[in-house]
Design a protein around this ligand. Structure first.
Ligand code: SF4
Length: 242
């Protein structure tokens, strides 16, 4: 697991403030969901594997045609790596991803009856599937108490105090432990959207943040035109897993 360098951390939020913070994000993003296109657990798994170090928009451009040709693990396993590669040449790391998608499809057919397994160990044993990808599948496909920590969520965990931690795993464990169960599944999307559009990496827009009341960042950025004394505390983002 990647260990980001010396993240600055806000004090930890109380449990009551954690709920209020997330409920404010929920009100701001009532329809939050994954931006990736998928229709079932298999297409979700493949789309998440393809999204490593690639934007969701780029993945969504290539997956519909691939899924139309190979909608099941058996159909995907029947393709060659080269055939899969022809569909995904525009995304980053496409050759490795073509190999992984083929190999994981073979493994699903041979070891899991053509189904996406529900347990973490089996998911992480699939080629190209790391802890973050397994967490997305466990959370989105199976509704499990799992949290995939990407660069946005790691930053927010530390900057806001919702889950301060030196490592991605520490932030993940705190989020799973401290977020109320009824909010955990959707929190992944709320936090990512908040990090992408408001609590941004370089300078957060605290002046228009719906959750500022509960955020523990020591310094909040003022509206444009007013000079901040210093930016809200940030943290070095982790690399994505595969
Ligand atoms: S107040 Fe600022 S630092 Fe805190 S969550 Fe909002 S945008 Fe992020």
């Amino acid at each position: 697991m990647t260990k980001p360098a010396s993240p600055k951390r806000a004090p930890q939020m109380t449990l009551a403030d954690t709920r209020s913070f997330l409920e404010a994000l929920a009100r701001a993003h009532p329809d939050a969901k994954s931006d990736l296109l998928y229709t079932d657990n298999f297409s979700l798994l493949v789309a998440v594997v393809m999204s490593a170090q690639t934007t969701d928009a780029a993945v969504n451009k290539v997956t519909p045609a691939l899924f139309a040709r190979a909608p099941t693990p058996a159909a995907m396993a029947a393709l060659t790596v080269e055939e899969i590669g022809q569909y995904i040449r525009t995304i980053g790391l496409w050759q490795a991803k073509a190999r992984n998608v083929h190999a994981l499809s073979v493994q699903l057919v041979e070891q899991h009856g053509g189904e996406v397994p529900r347990d973490r160990a089996s998911l992480e044993a699939l080629p190209g599937v790391g802890r973050k990808t397994a967490n997305v599948v466990l959370n989105v496909a199976f509704g499990e108490a799992a949290m995939a920590v990407d660069t946005h969520i790691f930053r927010l965990g530390n900057r806001t105090g919702i889950a301060p931690g030196k490592t991605v795993r520490e932030v993940e464990d705190k989020l799973v432990k401290r977020i109320p169960p009824d909010l955990l599944r959707d929190s992944h999307h709320w936090l990512i959207l908040h990090g992408r559009y408001v609590c941004k990496a370089r300078t957060p827009d605290c002046w228009r943040c719906v959750a500022a009341e509960w955020c523990r960042a020591k310094v909040k950025t003022p509206p444009p035109g007013l000079k901040p004394s210093r930016a809200a505390a940030g943290a070095t983002p982790p690399a994505a897993d595969g």
